[in-house]
Each structure stands twice: as structure tokens, then as C-alpha cells.
Write a protein that binds this ligand. Structure first.
Ligand code: GLA
Length: 739
């Protein structure tokens, strides 16, 4: 009998302090296997030559035998085996009725593409498996890499045309994932401007659920993340979950299909809507990465794996090296937008900076309004010179003052946009996305520069490079305040103009990459009218994101809850702003606002010029406390103990740091009813044998509760808040430190 260890082919062991990965290929059975964390993934070459998925789930024993791959039998003459076999990357041809991973048209009109295994190579953390069309010289290299710690797979594809004629790609996925027939629940994130990050959950019904953006960028309306839970009753901390996230900031699509035999297939990559990419002989197209993971511990377990993966492998690393490299906890920022909107000037900003410094803020960020003729949102975008009326001596006096106050300086830019009322547009009306002779639809009075054009790319890189070279700027808030319309690119032949969807995003990434190389200490925030451009593609360059323009602290609890299913609190910027809130007219205490924002990476965005001594003292005290526990909150393991969703009366989160020496708990009351107090809170993730000292950050424990107890006590007996903890929009927070 064969076992995994006896495989004749190379087995690569990748050991690390975080975990162990093992990848191997068995020549006899033609099975590829990847093991990492608590996950095993396997696929094989079936007798027809297709690459077929065999297993994705909890880690199997090294001795377990997987495969060989056997194609699904023909169910009926209407459902060919080619369609029902869970192919790793199916070409559209041979009667494929499910989503293809790749669909092409050859120069002679042939549209049949059948991809078979050709050869492979073993890499340090996975495989490159090369497929080839059964007749033509179209090659697809599938890249697989598994993370030894989390078992998260990174998959992508490179499509290459070695024909003598061009090939047009009409649809290209990064990867397809399969699950066996069963009942599942689908989770995904939906929303709108000021209402991003709604966790949407539904039974996975027969048919296809399409999650997508056709907007040219990631979008507020849906986010390129999914989770599929086994069974119909999703649980936060138990049950099997398969999840994935697509690293692309352009138009994207993820389809989740339940076929006629109840099997599941998830396919994701470039959005095929209005897509066309001409590969000339010898050219290649690389897809984005599609990451996929598995947890046996519910959505909570899934998001903890994804957070750790983002921290270790996606986000720019700023401190440490090797295994210990990690993103730097975010500075506490002050941002002037809600205080002044476009009315920025030297004196006003200096006055705000003085008060921000007094609060213990680390970074002062001037938002929109400082450049060109930017009096409001009708003019100025594109003209990136300092407005001489507002800043007669340039930015230097303000930046110097901010530095003298002990903070670093950040600035708002919106590089890809132009107002028709700008010098740039008057000089280069052809630089925007447009179809010649057609109207140019404005949104927020602005048009989108066609970043795919080399001249536009050079202009955008040039002004940003100059800005960063001439000024001591530590941080750029990179905004993007509309989606595409009329996405024409008339510099190219008509058949190639749709390549704008790929070229635009590649140039965006290229600019960020080059800026970071030239200005390695500058940090970036990805903002798009709030959370409209958050994905694992932009997060390779952006240190943080603007979660939402909605800064209402109560709305934010649900948004932050949704956000953390896919993204780590490290990048989740959360400002404390004024009350009553501009959006909901809701009044909340400063403490409530502070604690809501402290769930993520804290910032202040209120008009602090008007804050009284008491408000200043409260904020100062809580910022100082935040600094002490920030790393745990931002980079620890997050447990969503009570969800704020669906109008919940209460909500609670808890974060535990890597060595379980510290934990931070936030509890919120929406509105107590019938005198009920906050429920008993059973904590999670602590060391049961360790003793933890509980210190209130805000609020109090029930009279008589111990303040020192074992991890087992806090997890099994639970934490009881004070009987007085009642009312509307109340908040408390506690820290636990291991003795
Ligand atoms: C967007 C951002 C805001 C602010 C404004 C400025 O809406 O999300 O935070 O920067 O633009 O115009």
C-alpha cells in the first residue's frame, strides 16, 4: 500500500517557527498535495489529462492516501463529465456549462479551449503547474503556494500565447475552488457609501450567486471576500468554513455556484463584463492572486487566520525582520476633514495641530482643500500646487510647526481624478477615460484620469514624487472619490481598448511601488470615499484604509464587525468625531465615541478647536491608555463575542495577543430594555492556567467580582459588568494582563 511518506517524487518540507508546510507530488498517482497549518489541499491529473481538485479541508495524516483523480461520471447526456468534474482551472470548451476559468477567442474564430496537464515544477512553498490546450499553443501556469502557519493558499494563473496569431482573452479567473455536494451558508460583504461592511448571510441555493464590481475599482457595494460555512446554522466559533479573498483593486468578480448535483464551485478573477485582453504572440497575462483558507472554528477562526496572514504576508512590513517582521502599529492621527472641510489654511491648521499635540496625537493629517483652486468640490483636482491664498509660504511653516509639536505630517491627495474646472483638464482634456464624441459623465463634479495612459501615469507619479521630495511628508491619504463611466482608451486599436481594466490597476500598483522604493518611509492610506478600495491587492502597498466616511460611533460598531470578517483591525482606521453626528444626528458621549474607535486604529477627526478642558482630558487619558494596549487590539486574535448586527441590544469584542499575555475587551450597550443589564461575558483565547489581572479602561466590574483570576475563570465563569452598566449608547472596556 502506498502512503504519503513513500512517495518517490520530491517532497519539500518547509519548516518554520510558525508551523510546518509540506508539499509533494506523487508520480504514480499524479497527485499534488499541499499541507500547511491545519489544512490539506490536493488535486491530481485525471486520466483525461485535466487537473481535478481532490480535497480541501482539515489537515490529513501524512500517511493518508489521496486520489488518484477520477473524472465524475456522466450524470446524463445533458451533464457531461467535463462540466461536473471539479477542475482546478477549466477552459471554456468541450461543452462546459459551469463558470469557466478561462475563455478565449483565437484569431481564426475558434473558441474551443481544453486545458490539459503538461508539466510542473516544485517551488519552495508549492507548485507551478503548466496546462496546455489540447491542440493550440496556449499555456496556463497555475501557481500554488501554501502558508505554513495558516494553511492559506495563494493561487494565481499566468496565461501565455505561443501561437503565431493573437488570442483574445474574454474571461480569466485567478483560481477556481471546489467543495463537495452538501448544504452550505454563504457569507459576503455588501454595502454602499457610508454603509460599507454589511455581513450578508444566505443559504447557498442552486444556481450562481455573483459578487462583483463593474466599476473599475473595488467598490463599496461588494468586497472581494467570501466565506462558505458547512450547514445551515452559521456559528461564530465552530463549524467548517472555507474562505477566500481576491487581491485586485479593479473590476472583479467572484461567482459561487451550486450545481445540479449540489457541488460548489467558486471562481474569481478579472470581471469578464466588458473584458477583453489581446495576447499577441509571446505575450502573457498574469491574473491577480486569489487567496483561500479553511478553518474548523467558524467564521471567527477563519478571520483570525486571515488577519494573521495579512499581517505576516500582505501588508507592508515596517518593523522587525524575518519571522518577526510586522506592520508598525498605526500612529494615532488627527485629521482635519470633518472640522474644516475645504476651509483649510495655515493658521487654522496650526491651531488644530496644537490641540492635537496636547491630546497625545502622533500624526497630523491635512485633508482636502490645500491645493489648486480647491474652494469646494467643483474645482482644483489635478492641480497639485499649494494654494497661495491659503498657504502663502507653502506647506513648510505648517509642517515645521507639526514637527515642533512632536508629530509627523500627512497630506490628502486624490491622484487619479480631475475636475473639468482645473488647469490640468484645460490643458489635457484627452487624459480622462472617455469615448470620443460621447458625454463625459461627472460624479462629484469630477472625471477619472486614464491612468492606463503612459503620459498620465508619468504625470501622476511625477507630481507625487515632487510633493514627497520637496516636503517632509510621512503619510499620504490616497483618495478616489468616484467610479468609472465611459471607460474608453482611444490610444489603442479598438480590439485592445478594454485592456484599460487591467492596465489602469497595474499602473496604480506600479506608481505606489515606485513611490515606496523612492520614499521608503512614507506610509499610505487607501481611501475611496471611505472603504471603496479595500482589498488584498491595494493592501500590498497601503499601510491602512479609511473604513468608511460614516464616523457615527454606533453605526461603526456594525461596520467594524463586518470589516473584521475579512480584514485585520490593524488597518481599520476609526476617527472620533463630533456629537451630534452629522449623518444620523445621534448624540453620544465622548467616552462611547472613543471606545468605538479604539476597536480599530484610533484617530481623532472632531473639531477639537471647540473641545473644552474636560473633553481634552478624557481624550488624552484614553489615547494614552490606547497606546499601552494598541498592539494587542490591532494585531491580536479577535473574538467577536456578541455581534452588534440585527439591532442587537449589546455587543462585545475581545482581542488576545500572540503569547496570550494580554487581552482587551470592549462592551457596548445600544439601548437596555426592561432593566436588563449586560449579559455575562465568557472570554476566549486566554491561557487557562495563567492568572490574569483585570483593569478597567472605562467602566467597572460587578461588585464583589475578582480582579485577579485564572484564564479558566474568565473563560468558564465569565466577566460580569457593574449592575449600573445600563442605558443608551453606553460603553466600557477592560484589559487583562497575565501575572
Ligand atoms: C472622501 C474621503 C473623506 C474626505 C473627502 C475629502 O469623501 O473619504 O474622508 O477626505 O473625500 O474631499
Amino acid at each position: 500500500m502506498r502512503n504519503w511518506k513513500s512517495f518517490s517524487a520530491a517532497i519539500v518540507l518547509i519548516a518554520s517557527v510558525r508551523g510546518m508546510a509540506q508539499t509533494g507530488y506523487d508520480e504514480a498517482t499524479k497527485v499534488f498535495r499541499l499541507d500547511g497549518g491545519n489544512v490539506t489541499y490536493a488535486f491530481g491529473v485525471n486520466p483525461r489529462g485535466e487537473l481535478e481538485q481532490l480535497y480541501w479541508g482539515g489537515r490529513l495524516a501524512a500517511t493518508d492516501h489521496i486520489g488518484p483523480a477520477v473524472p465524475a461520471p456522466e450524470w446524463a447526456s445533458f451533464d457531461s463529465s467535463y462540466s461536473t468534474t471539479p477542475q482546478e482551472y477549466a477552459g471554456w470548451g468541450a461543452g462546459l456549462f459551469v463558470e469557466p476559468a478561462l475563455k478565449v477567442t483565437f484569431a481564426d474564430g475558434n473558441r474551443d479551449l481544453v486545458l490539459h496537464y503538461d508539466h510542473h515544477e516544485i517551488t519552495s512553498d508549492g507548485f507551478n503547474v503548466v496546462l496546455k490546450d489540447i491542440k493550440r499553443q496556449v499555456f496556463v501556469t497555475l501557481h500554488y503556494a501554501i502558508d505554513p502557519a495558516s494553511g492559506i493558499l495563494a493561487r494565481s494563473a499566468t496565461i501565455e500565447n505561443r501561437e503565431a496569431q493573437p488570442v483574445t482573452i474574454e474571461q480569466a479567473a485567478a483560481a477556481a475552488w471546489a467543495l463537495p455536494a452538501g448544504h452550505y451558508t454563504l457569507d459576503y460583504l455588501t454595502g454602499r457609501w457610508a454603509g460599507e461592511w454589511t455581513l450578508t448571510q444566505e443559504d447557498l441555493h442552486p444556481g450562481e450567486r455573483v459578487i462583483e464590481s463593474r466599476r473599475g475599482s473595488t467598490g463599496h457595494q461588494a468586497n472581494p471576500w467570501f466565506a462558505i460555512q458547512a450547514g445551515e446554522r452559521p456559528d461564530e466559533n465552530s463549524g467548517e468554513v472555507w474562505f477566500g479573498a481576491l487581491a485586485w483593486s479593479g473590476s472583479w468578480r467572484i461567482t459561487v455556484e451550486r450545481d445540479q448535483l449540489d457541488a460548489i464551485r467558486v471562481t474569481g478573477g478579472f470581471n469578464p463584463f466588458d473584458f477583453g485582453y489581446v495576447l499577441h504572440p509571446g505575450e502573457r497575462l498574469e491574473t491577480p492572486e486569489f487567496y483561500g483558507g479553511y478553518s474548523a472554528h467558524g467564521l471567527g477562526g477563519a478571520s483570525r487566520l486571515l488577519h494573521q496572514y495579512e499581517l505576516a504576508h500582505i501588508l507592508p512590513h515596517r518593523v522587525g525582520s524575518g519571522e518577526n517582521a510586522a506592520p508598525k502599529p498605526r500612529p494615532v492621527i488627527y485629521n482635519s476633514w470633518e472640522a474644516t472641510e475645504f476651509n483649510v489654511n495655515e493658521q487654522g491648521q496650526i491651531a488644530l495641530a496644537e490641540k492635537a499635540a496636547a491630546l497625545g496625537v502622533n500624526r497630523f493629517v491635512m485633508d482636502d482643500g490645500w491645493f489648486g483652486q480647491r474652494k469646494n468640490d467643483h474645482a482644483g483636482l489635478g492641480d497639485w500646487y499649494v494654494n497661495p491664498e491659503k498657504f502663502p509660504h507653502g506647506l513648510k511653516p505648517l509642517i515645521d510647526k507639526v514637527h515642533a509639536l512632536g508629530m509627523d505630517f500627512g497630506l490628502w491627495v486624490e491622484p487619479e481624478m480631475v475636475n473639468p474646472d482645473s488647469d490640468l483638464y484645460r490643458q489635457h482634456p484627452d487624459w480622462v477615460l472617455n469615448f470620443p464624441g460621447r458625454p463625459r459623465s461627472e460624479q462629484r463634479n469630477q472625471l477619472v484620469l486614464n491612468l492606463a495612459r503612459p503620459d498620465v501615469r508619468d504625470y501622476v507619479f511625477g507630481f507625487l514624487d515632487k510633493l514627497l521630495t520637496e516636503n517632509d511628508i510621512a503619510f499620504l491619504k490616497w483618495d478616489y472619490n468616484r467610479n468609472w463611466s465611459e471607460p474608453g482608451w482611444d490610444q489603442l486599436p479598438p480590439a485592445e481598448q478594454k485592456e484599460v481594466y487591467v492596465a489602469f490597476v497595474r499602473n496604480l500598483y506600479g506608481i505606489l511601488d515606485e513611490l515606496k522604493k523612492k520614499h521608503p518611509n512614507v506610509e499610505f492610506e487607501s481611501c475611496s470615499g471611505g472603504g471603496g478600495r479595500v482589498d488584498l491587492g491595494i493592501l500590498q502597498y497601503a499601510d491602512e484604509v479609511w473604513t468608511s466616511d460614516n464616523t457615527d460611533p454606533f453605526d461603526r460598531l456594525t461596520q467594524q464587525d463586518g470589516f473584521t470578517y475579512a480584514y485585520t483591525p490593524q488597518i481599520m482606521m476609526a476617527w472620533v468625531t463630533d456629537s451630534p453626528h452629522w449623518l444620523n444626528h445621534r448624540s453620544t458621549s465622548l467616552t462611547y465615541r472613543m471606545l468605538s474607535s479604539m476597536q480599530g486604529s484610533l484617530g481623532i477627526g472632531a473639531n477639537i478647536a471647540k473641545w473644552n478642558d474636560e473633553e481634552m482630558a478624557t481624550a488624552k487619558r484614553l489615547i494614552a491608555t490606547y497606546h499601552q494596549v494598541q498592539k494587542t487590539i490591532a494585531q491580536g486574535d479577535l473574538y467577536r463575542l456578541i455581534s452588534p448586527r440585527d439591532g442587537s441590544e449589546f455587543s462585545a469584542t475581545q482581542t488576545v495577543n500572540g503569547d496570550k499575555s494580554q487581552s482587551v475587551v470592549f462592551v457596548f450597550i445600544h439601548s437596555t430594555q426592561e432593566g436588563r443589564g449586560f449579559p455575562l461575558l465568557k472570554l476566549k483565547g486566554l491561557d487557562p492556567a495563567g492568572d490574569y489581572v483585570l483593569t478597567p479602561i472605562e467602566g467597572a466590574l460587578k461588585k464583589g467580582s475578582p480582579t485577579t483570576a485564572s484564564g479558566a475563570w474568565w473563560m468558564n465563569h465569565g466577566l460580569e459588568t457593574s449592575d449600573d452598566f445600563k442605558g443608551d449608547f453606553q460603553a466600557a472596556a477592560f484589559r487583562l494582563d497575565k501575572k
